[in-house]
Design a protein around this ligand. Structure first.
Ligand code: 2HA
Ligand code: ZN
Length: 278
């Protein structure tokens, strides 16, 4: 099968292009990975090359559960802007070795290159999420959305504050990300350290904010991870607008008891830390 006709690859291209259209991927900003099902990989395996070199994923990073699995991953230094018109040059498919500490490119990056510099954050998050969801979660998506980033200069860098403030912006936010949003300390991008810290927060959250940088979302499918990112960014934009108009004072808002009512009717289990009295 022509690899570009595969549904999994088409969906990867579509979501990457949507992210670009949203303005979340200036120059080479952002990265995305998708863990293929074995059927999806089998369907396109005839296109894979076997001469790739095994390379280390990152210091102290190993994901042995993924031995032999395949990931579609954007390329380091590549532009989301070009994914649609030049897919073979913009992303790749990698596989993981038996000890889980090395990867090899089997398709793509036709003009050379390597997978995203945030490969550690991606694979560690995949590992944690796959374990926590019985293998359902397959996507890690990182972008640089403007308003989410603006809030990291305004709000205290606390998961409970970001979660509560974003939840208050639209009733359905608490249903879209019921586990809240994790907020990390600022870290240098592109190293194992940011990956390990992200993975740790992903044990609890589906979305993690990197202050003054961007957002990482995980989900079952590409449209779901994109949807969580979109919802968070829209809520962040609304909060920035409210602050611009009122200086942060709200005439009324969704109250902790309102959230408890949502929790009950939607059968959710909110952490009480998000429902603090102000
Ligand atoms: O340039 O977004 O965090 C890719 C990135 C690194
Ligand atoms: Zn980034």
């Amino acid at each position: 099968m022509d690899i570009l006709k595969s549904k999994a690859i088409q969906s990867f291209i579509k979501i990457a292009d949507m992210g670009w259209q949203m303005g979340w991927h200036e120059i080479n900003g952002g990265n995305m990975s998708y863990r293929m099902t074995s059927d999806e990989a089998d369907e396109v395996k005839e296109n894979f090359r076997s001469d790739g070199e095994w390379k280390e994923i990152g210091k102290d990073v190993a994901v042995p559960d993924f031995a032999g699995q395949y990931f579609v991953v954007t390329g380091s230094g590549k532009y989301f802007q070009n994914v649609k018109d030049n897919p073979e040059d913009s992303f790749c498919i990698i596989t993981v070795n038996n000890s889980g500490d090395k990867y090899k490119i089997v398709w793509g990056l036709s003009n050379g290159g390597r997978p995203t510099s945030e490969i550690s954050a991606h694979l560690l998050t995949h590992s944690i999420k796959a374990k926590a969801t019985g293998g359902k979660y397959r996507v890690v998506y990182h972008s640089h959305p403007k308003y989410t980033n603006i809030l990291t200069y305004i709000l205290p860098l606390k998961s409970e504050v970001f979660t509560r403030e974003l939840w208050e912006m639209m009733t359905e936010c608490s249903i879209v990300f019921p586990n809240g949003v994790g907020v990390m300390d600022w870290k240098v991008p592109c190293c194992a350290e940011i990956g390990i810290a992200t993975g740790r927060l992903m044990e609890k959250y589906d979305a993690v904010i990197w202050p003054h940088h961007g957002l990482v979302c995980s989900g079952e499918k590409l449209d779901m991870a994109f949807g969580i990112m979109h919802t968070i960014e829209k809520a962040a934009e609304m909060l920035v607008n409210v602050m611009q108009i009122t200086g942060g004072k709200k005439a009324q808002t969704i109250t902790p008891d309102n959230f408890r009512a949502i929790e009950k009717d939607f059968n959710l289990n909110f952490s009480e830390e998000f429902l603090y009295e102000k």
